[in-house]
Ligand binder design. Structure first.
Ligand SMILES: [Zn+2]
Length: 211
């Protein structure tokens, strides 16, 4: 290699990711990821761009690294993104925006101010970040403390909902059967024997009611 000091990229390090720019650019964001960042501060000042120095608004972020951005840098806010921020949170005051979350995406149809061609730009989504709430964990069976597993062709979450509705507590299929049997045994014995002609319900017809 030449005399320049180069750093070899390995593994999931990718081109565009290690550039020395002071500000966040489209190259910093992984394809297909829309990172969520928390605003740490609002700044204004002369910013050094390729085309010279310009007065710009800048956002800084709480996070140092998030899924989709290996190194979070300050984001220069253009007029489009400023409008989005105002729309999102009512105004663009520091007191309003600090601590708020934004979701970034790459717009591939941004007009390059230098050559007039199309380039990629970092944009703020016009909706508040939909941070995916982690699904509630599946509780253990109240009776045997065992894992509630899928049963009767239904998944574990359905089992939890069904047994909680019918027995007041989450149960595994085995324990639900036991409770069902116990309830039946505790029920008053009918005075007269049941008519033998009564057809027994088929398992298919009562599939979701067997417990
Ligand atoms: Zn159980």
């Amino acid at each position: 290699m030449a005399k320049d000091k180069l750093t070899r990229l390995n593994g999931d390090e990718r081109l565009g990711q290690c550039r020395a720019s002071e500000y966040l650019g489209a190259e910093d964001i992984d394809d297909g990821v829309e990172p969520v960042l928390t605003i740490e501060g609002l700044w204004n000042g002369m910013v050094t761009l390729q085309r010279g120095k310009e007065n710009k608004d800048v956002l800084t972020f709480v996070e140092k690294s998030v899924p989709g951005i290996r190194q979070v840098r300050p984001l220069i806010i253009n007029a489009t993104n400023r409008k989005v921020l105002r729309k999102l949170y009512g105004d663009a005051k520091a007191s309003t925006l600090v601590g708020k979350q934004i979701q970034l995406y790459i717009d591939h149809n941004v007009r390059d101010p230098q050559d007039g061609g199309m380039t990629d730009g970092v944009r703020i989504r016009a909706h508040k970040p939909r941070v995916q709430a982690a699904p509630a964990p599946i509780p253990p069976c109240t009776d045997c403390k065992g894992e509630i597993k899928p049963a009767m062709g239904k998944d574990a979450r359905w089992m939890v909902a069904y047994t909680t509705k019918h027995y007041g507590v989450p149960l595994c299929a085995d324990c639900a059967q036991k409770r069902k049997a116990a309830q039946t045994a505790a029920a008053p014995v009918p005075a007269e024997p049941e008519a033998p002609a009564e057809p027994t319900p088929t398992p298919e017809a009562t599939e979701t009611e067997v417990l």
